[in-house]
Design a protein around this ligand. Structure first.
Ligand code: ADP
Ligand code: MG
Length: 706
């Protein structure tokens, strides 16, 4: 045990070129200049870059690195890298290891092969990556050797952001500026910077690799397109927080170690609700670093799983009938003086700074609900949002009893004079210490829940980058704060006007507050009455990216231009159509080459059995075999008809030029045709001899070995 602890402290962040390493390795003048750039956003000069590059290279080589790469986050939700070795030829047929400031600051990958939403044509290939010195460089260490990874932003030759990081960084600047202004209203003149903290909890499934390989649907789409629930699912609630199986624990141990070496604060791990489902939560960090870390966590999980003969499924809904996976994005704002602006304190009704910020966030969410919906979405999440285990596609805010009570006081009387308190908790066993109870219970059904001193956006897709959701949160809250500051900075009676402002905003936007059961049918009806949008499919929410209001605020805060927003809308449509197309083609492939041949084989077995039993004992009753044979044959016919129909609508949808119309056709025609094919195939799985079924069952995948 003590050996482990020792190893952890020795290894933590050993592969990160972090502040401590920079302080040690950089000349003090360079270190100071770099720090100033990181902290104040001052432009970096070439001399400093050269000096940093040299120190970085020396440090990396010392640890065995042969290559470096600009590491960036294109709009694919995974990261990209192109490795270059450090070698430079010199006289005498030798090489030296070199790395210049120019190579550190700027890279030039081909931009035409990444999603650009029309921003780049194939022939306009040039794109640039540029060093983000606010995220530390790190070493990737695996069987491929050691590579120095330099976090970068990625843009086109014409300067448009082609990645997820650039808008995130821009949005962090926006929220910083507006939140500093906001804190000044409350006399916090010492606050110079506000950063946004993010803790992204990651859910995932594990599956034995041999089973995985036998499921083309998992291989091509990340989730199962066919399959029935086994006799046992998650109804006994025995997996959630259950003792972790040794094979899984060994995987988790290695994931943790890989994370720790990269300075990722992997903290909590547990079994999740569904069989073979798990979660990892790191301790929160600044938004861009938390985003980098979450991307790395997903990559590490996939890599380490393979080393253990497992596959890690990050898809939002690997199995129908049990919980899917999400990513809970915990978000808060903290000042450079150490104040968590979302901490309500013990008596929130007296904390007008908190209440006004809360009102601003509620306003921002109400005005931009669809934008939050789309920023949390990918095609996989459509299988999850609104299903029983996941938040609905209706974006509402959960505040809990204490804050809702304060909010109601404000709405009713323009002020608040008390805060409900949690009181003491007594378990009823005298030997147990009493402890104080939280003033508020939790709500697992809310997409955007206040949880003590942060908001938790619970609808983010498990395989999606968290950059998009945080870009939206930062920008819309910056906008709300900016409006508030514009008005209050002119106030003659600040205290009174703050109270009035809180009451006014809460009155106008209280429709978005909902403390009840978000999974219930009543809420859907109630939300409709309140006029809240309920976009059941992601394609229906894409348009919000280019609503005039969205363009106005994103341009105002320099986060994304109209053209960049249009590109993102286009990419969403394209991604949706492509994903569904792959799913449809996988279903067609599996049905044609695996299910139909297997079922035909089984009908022959049944027919042979009917004939041979009859031959053995003439006149014997073979009605059981015969009725199974006719039932199977009926489903086989239905399968073939559904297969042909799916093939046709898929071809038709692919012929549509316009990305939006194509996406709509996939949603309206292909998705229902997929469901129509799944039905008879799933029915057949329940009839056909298990030994003849060509792929592992849900039970095999969820309950065996993992
Ligand atoms: P919960 O049980 O409410 O989900 P946890 O303490 O387990 O809360 O935290 C969940 C995630 O939220 C973790 O990643 C944690 O680091 C993060 N978190 C905690 N406090 C904050 C905060 N102030 N801002 C952002 N994230 C936070
Ligand atoms: Mg949580």
């Amino acid at each position: 045990m003590s050996e482990e602890v020792f190893k952890l402290s020795e290894n933590f962040a050993k592969n990160v070129f972090n502040d401590a390493v920079m302080a040690e390795k950089l000349p003090s003048k360079t270190y100071k200049a770099l720090k100033e750039t990181i902290e104040t956003g001052r432009e970096l000069d070439r001399e400093v870059a050269n000096s940093v590059a040299h120190a970085m290279k020396e440090w990396a080589i010392e640890r065995g690195a042969t290559h470096f790469t600009h590491w960036f986050q294109p709009m694919t939700d995974i990261t990209a890298e192109k490795h270059d070795s450090f070698i430079t030829p010199v006289d005498g047929g030798r090489v030296i290891m070199s790395f210049s400031g120019k190579e550190l600051i700027k890279g030039e990958p081909d931009a035409s092969s990444f999603p650009s939403g029309g921003l780049r044509a194939t022939f306009e290939a040039r794109g640039y990556t540029s060093w983000d010195c606010t995220s530390p460089a790190f070493l990737k260490e695996d069987a491929g050797g050691v590579t120095l990874c330099i976090p970068t932003a990625f843009c086109s030759y014409t300067g448009e952001a082609l990645d997820k990081k650039t808008p995130l960084l821009r949005s962090m600047e926006a929220i910083d500026r507006e939140a500093v202004r906001f804190m000044k209203l409350f006399g916090h003149d010492d606050v110079k910077k506000v950063t946004c903290s993010v803790g992204a909890e990651q859910e995932y499934f594990l599956i034995d690799q041999e089973k995985f390989k036998k499921r083309p649907d998992l291989k091509y789409t990340g989730h199962t397109l066919f399959g029935n629930m086994p006799p046992k699912g998650q109804e006994m609630d025995d997996h959630y927080f259950g003792a972790i199986k040794e094979r899984v624990a060994a995987f988790m141990k290695e994931v943790n170690e890989e994370c720790w070496k990269l300075g990722i604060l992997a903290k909590t791990q547990h079994n999740e609700a569904a069989p073979a489902q798990h979660e990892l939560a790191p301790i929160y960090a600044t938004a861009n670093i938390a985003t980098d870390h979450n991307q790395l966590i997903m990559e590490i999980m996939k890599k380490v799983a393979k080393r253990h003969g497992l596959e890690c499924l990050l898809h939002e809904k690997p199995y129908r009938g049990v919980n899917g996976s999400g990513k809970h994005n915990n978000w808060s704002l903290v000042t450079d003086t150490g104040i968590n602006m979302l901490d309500p304190g013990k008596v929130p009704h007296e904390n007008t700074q908190f209440l006004l910020l809360l009102a601003a966030i509620i306003k921002a969410v109400d005005e931009n609900a669809e934008l939050i919906r789309i920023a949390s979405s990918n095609p996989g999440n459509d299988y999850r949002l609104g299903a029983d285990e996941a938040p609905p596609a209706i974006v509402s805010v959960f505040l809990g009893d204490q804050l809702e009570d304060v909010v109601m006081q404000y709405i009713n009387s323009g002020d608040a004079d008390h805060s409900l308190q949690g009181g003491k908790m007594s378990i009823g066993v005298h030997t147990m210490a009493k402890f104080s109870k939280d003033a508020t219970d939790r709500n697992r059904t809310s997409p955007f829940a206040f949880t003590g001193n942060k908001f938790e956006l619970r609808m983010v897709a498990s395989s999606l980058s968290v950059a998009g959701a945080n870009t939206v949160l930062n920008t819309i809250v910056a906008d709300a704060l900016s409006g508030i500051c514009d008005e209050l900075e002119r106030s003659k009676d600040l205290d009174a006007d703050i109270h009035k402002m809180i009451a006014k905003i809460l009155k106008e936007h209280s429709r978005v507050i909902f403390n009840g059961n978000g999974y219930s049918e009543e809420w859907k009806k109630e939300a409709e009455k309140r006029g809240l949008p309920n976009k059941k499919c992601m394609v229906d929410a894409v348009e919000s990216l280019v609503y005039p209001h969205t363009v106005e605020i994103f341009e105002k805060f320099n986060v994304l231009s109209k053209v960049e927003l249009e590109a993102r809308a286009e990419i969403n449509y394209e991604t949706y159509a492509k994903s569904v197309n792959i799913e449809a083609r996988t279903m067609i492939d599996m049905t044609t080459k695996q299910y139909i041949p297997a079922v035909i084989g089984y009908t022959k077995d049944l027919a042979d059995s009917v004939n041979s039993v009859r031959a053995a004992i003439p006149g014997i009753d073979v009605s059981v075999q015969a009725s199974i044979l006719s039932e199977v044959s009926e489903y086989l016919k239905e399968t073939k008809n559904a297969l042909d129909a799916l093939a046709k609508v898929t071809i038709d949808a692919n012929l549509i030029e316009d990305a939006k119309t194509r996406a709509m056709s996939f949603k309206d025609n292909v998705v229902p045709a997929m469901a129509a094919l799944r039905r008879p195939v799933d029915a057949l799985e329940m009839l056909v001899d298990k030994a003849k079924w060509p792929v592992p069952s849900y039970g095999d995948m969820m309950f065996d070995d993992v």
